[in-house]
Design a protein around this ligand. Structure first.
Ligand code: ATP
Length: 279
């Protein structure tokens, strides 16, 4: 059902009422007819995303799967304002990001979004805790000591507090990805975007990182991940399947609960579904 009354923030009265009474949550991201084309020279262009529609509900944990080159990363970069889509609309918490100037978009990404990547991208001249603090210190109004205490708390939560003063050369891949998660959470984002965040990790570290992400999601942060790994997707609650620039189908599951759910079974179900969809 479409919303009827729009408020200044872009949230409808219907959405607000439903959020308050806990029946329905509002959408944090709404992409409508989004296209991404890139010029290849010689008057050729590549049409990467084709009329994509996607709503991401507040608190959801979504994964994106599909063959290599199907547009998964491009989708993530375009709904998160890391890249500019060519046509269509993407709103973030009700605000259209397509019409935002670079500076406004940069502030939105900094304050409301967290990012984690396969290439962990920590700054090599800073200690690990300084890396975690960095996105908060970009804003000059913050109290450095408050940020330091918060970074320490986050590192404690991830079990890496002892590494706070280390450099990146003194941490394993799994430990450094935990640092990157702390960095992504330092500004209390509404949503965490991950492009293959476990792609370079061994299976034990990957499972640990996914347990951390599932817990962060249970505590309320919306998460969207691109992954090739059904084990990773098994910990999410909605899997989008992309082919040739389109979301062709999706699988909804209940939110993963380590006490109740058999992760092996969820993974097998996803594998079966992928095979049914020709993957
Ligand atoms: N800026 C660009 N210029 C030219 N081609 C691009 C650009 N960005 C993406 N592509 C192409 O668009 C297609 C989709 O890329 P994308 O990285 O989104 O796919 P993917 O599904 O994430 O792939 P993978 O699983 O291999 O990471 C690929 O063919 C890629 O080479």
């Amino acid at each position: 059902m479409r919303d009827i009354v729009e408020t200044k923030s872009g949230l409808s009265m219907r959405n607000i009422v439903e959020t308050k009474i806990g029946l329905l949550k509002s959408n944090i991201v709404e992409a409508k007819s989004m296209n991404k084309k890139v010029a290849l020279g010689n008057d050729h262009e590549l049409h990467i995303l084709k009329d994509v529609n996607l709503d991401i509900e507040e608190g959801e944990f979504i994964s994106v799967m599909g063959p290599s080159g199907s547009g998964k990363s491009t989708l993530l970069y375009n709904v998160s304002g890391m890249d500019r889509f060519s046509s269509g609309s993407v709103t973030f918490n009700g605000s259209e990001i397509g019409s935002m100037k670079e500076e406004e978009l940069a502030q939105l990404r900094l304050k409301s979004m967290g990012f984690i990547f396969q290439d962990i991208n920590l700054l090599k001249n800073l200690s690990l805790i300084d890396n975690v603090m960095f996105p908060a210190l970009v804003s000059k109004e913050v109290d450095k000591n408050v940020v330091y205490q918060k970074a320490k708390r986050l590192m404690e939560m991830m079990g890496i507090e002892k590494l706070a003063d280390n450099l990146i050369t003194q941490g394993s891949g799994g430990q450094l990805q935990r640092v990157a998660i702390c960095r992504a959470l330092i500004n209390d984002p509404d949503i965490l975007f991950g492009d293959e965040p476990t792609g370079a990790l061994d299976s034990k570290s990957s499972a640990d990182i996914m347990a951390i992400l599932a817990e962060i999601n249970r505590q309320g942060t919306t998460i969207m991940l691109v992954t090739h790994d059904a084990k990773v997707a098994a910990k999410t609650e909605r899997v989008l399947f992309m082919v040739d620039g389109k979301i062709v189908t999706q699988k909804k599951m209940r939110k993963y609960d380590p006490q109740l759910d058999d992760i092996k079974r969820r993974e097998e179900n996803i594998m079966k579904w992928l095979v049914e969809n020709g993957f």
